[in-house]
Design a protein. Structure first.
Ligand code: HEM
Length: 441
């Protein structure tokens, strides 16, 4: 069998890249209609992207040999910010070594321990929300998710150091989410970007603040009594018994911040955007059932996934989806198109959290967090956070849309965000009839 690329548009690479940048969702849908479940786009500086939207093909990638399907290599544009030890950028044995050290804080009891902090931070933040006027929720959610990461991941307690870290990190995140800067970063490549004076001037304060926090943790001691992620990583040991170096720690903390902050904030803004247009779902969320709140988060991440695809670069020719693909191409499990398959999700465009209580969606068909050995490390953390924040908001406020028209999916850097930043109006909650009668009694 000869290697081949699946069908795709024959237009020049530059035009394909432009359409991908300007209207990615419409372009993906058009290609699927024209070429079927597996199709190829040619993207500038990226070679060929072979989109996969069939559950079997996606399963094959997520369960395939990670030595042949590199993900780290495909993320190299993030190198200047994340650093060379970042779990997101490594492949093969080095990736597994680092991932193994980072998994424990994000599972089981550890994770449940963060729920209380998430609740506290949320209650504190929403207390000062202005009521009765349109609110753009995306920036509010960014402030909230940053605060949660600073408390649970960085474990910062001292108020002055927290203020310094908050300001350095939010400046870096604001700087990096400007699409023009992302485009310049891609055009220059990681090595030249690192040398840019302007870039260093934004990165340095964030680096200084993180190293200062690492030193403060080491100096304070008592790590075994603390439960923040940094304390756990400081105690973690590689197989040869060695601890993580300060550089490794810095890179992983920066990775958790970058991967976990805007994604979760955008997921929350989208959940609110959908909920205020689906009053029945909002009402049911108020009943306080955790399973339903989880289903709301899942349905939001299905229909408005902040990330629309994941990438793996083939190291050897491989047969996937009926094609023998050549080494060097990127195979692309497509989250956006998978989540809209009518055979997996009947009436796919309807926002209906109940579908997840009825058992729709599976490991290879609900994939907002990617899959396999690269599946998002913070998936459970993010879902817990979404549940807690949405429940707190529904409990405290009456929520409505500032403008009834649905918001469009627009791209900010690589994240699909609501076009008006998830605008809502929050009002002090009027008690439900059952509560009024309970009070009277
Ligand atoms: C709704 C929120 C989030 C979404 C939609 C999301 C999505 C993703 C996706 C699509 C990937 C790539 C997976 C793949 O290539 O198969 C990923 C990787 C990753 N995410 Fe998340 N993420 C979210 C929140 C978080 C949070 C809260 C954290 C940590 C605090 C986090 C940490 C990571 C890390 C460390 C990786 C790299 C894993 C590896 O390469 O082994 N993410 N995430």
């Amino acid at each position: 069998m000869k290697t081949e690329l699946p069908p795709g548009p024959r237009t020049p690479r530059s035009l394909q890249t432009l359409r991908w940048i300007v209207r990615p969702t419409a372009y993906m849908e058009e290609c699927r209609r024209r070429y079927g479940d597996t199709f190829t786009l040619r993207i500038a500086n990226e070679g060929s992207w072979v989109f996969l939207t069939d559950p079997e093909a996606v399963k094959q990638v997520f369960t395939g040999d990670p030595r042949l399907l590199h993900a780290g290599e495909a993320n190299v544009v993030l190198l200047p910010v994340l650093g060379s030890h970042s779990v997101l950028l490594l492949d093969d044995a080095a990736h597994m070594r680092q991932r193994k050290l980072m998994l424990p804080p994000f599972h089981g009891d550890r994770l449940r321990g963060y729920a209380e902090t998430m609740r506290e931070v949320t209650e504190e933040a929403i207390r000062s929300w202005p009521l009765g006027a349109p609110l753009a929720t995306r920036p509010l959610m960014q402030a909230l998710t940053l605060e949660i990461i600073m408390r649970t991941v960085f474990g910062v307690q001292d108020e002055a150091r927290k203020a310094r870290l908050r300001s350095a990190l939010s400046e870096l995140l604001r700087w990096g989410s400007d699409p023009r800067r992302v485009a310049i970063g891609i055009a220059l490549g990681p090595q030249l970007t690192i040398r840019l004076g302007l870039f260093r001037s934004v990165l340095q304060p964030a680096d200084d603040a993180i190293y200062e926090e690492i030193a403060a943790h080491r100096a304070a001691g008592g790590l075994e009594d603390r439960d923040d992620v940094m304390s756990l990583l400081l105690q973690a040991r590689h197989d040869d018994g060695s601890p993580m170096s300060d550089e490794e720690l810095r890179d992983e903390l920066m990775t958790l911040l970058t991967a976990g902050h805007e994604t979760t904030a955008t997921g929350l803004a989208w959940a609110l955007e959908r909920l205020v247009r689906h009053p029945d779902a909002l009402e049911r969320l108020r009943e306080g059932d955790d399973d339903y709140a989880d289903a709301v988060a899942k349905e939001t991440l299905r229909l408005r996934s902040p990330i629309s695809l994941v990438l793996r670069r083939l190291q050897e020719p491989m047969e996937i989806g009926g094609h023998l693909l050549p080494a060097g191409v990127n195979v692309v499990p497509c989250i956006y198109l998978m989540h809209r398959r009518p055979d997996v999700y009947p009436d796919p465009l309807a926002f209906r959290p109940e579908r997840f209580l009825e058992g729709q969606g599976g490991t290879y068909t609900w994939i907002p967090f990617g899959g396999g050995v690269r599946r998002c490390l913070g998936a459970s953390f993010a879902q817990l956070e979404m549940r807690i924040v949405l429940q707190a908001l529904a409990e405290r406020f009456d929520l409505s849309a500032a403008d009834p028209r649905p918001e469009l999916m627009v791209r900010r850097a690589i994240i699909s965000s609501p076009s008006r930043d998830g605008e809502i109006v929050a009002r002090a909650r009027t008690a439900a009839p059952s509560e009024t009668s309970a009070l009277a009694a």
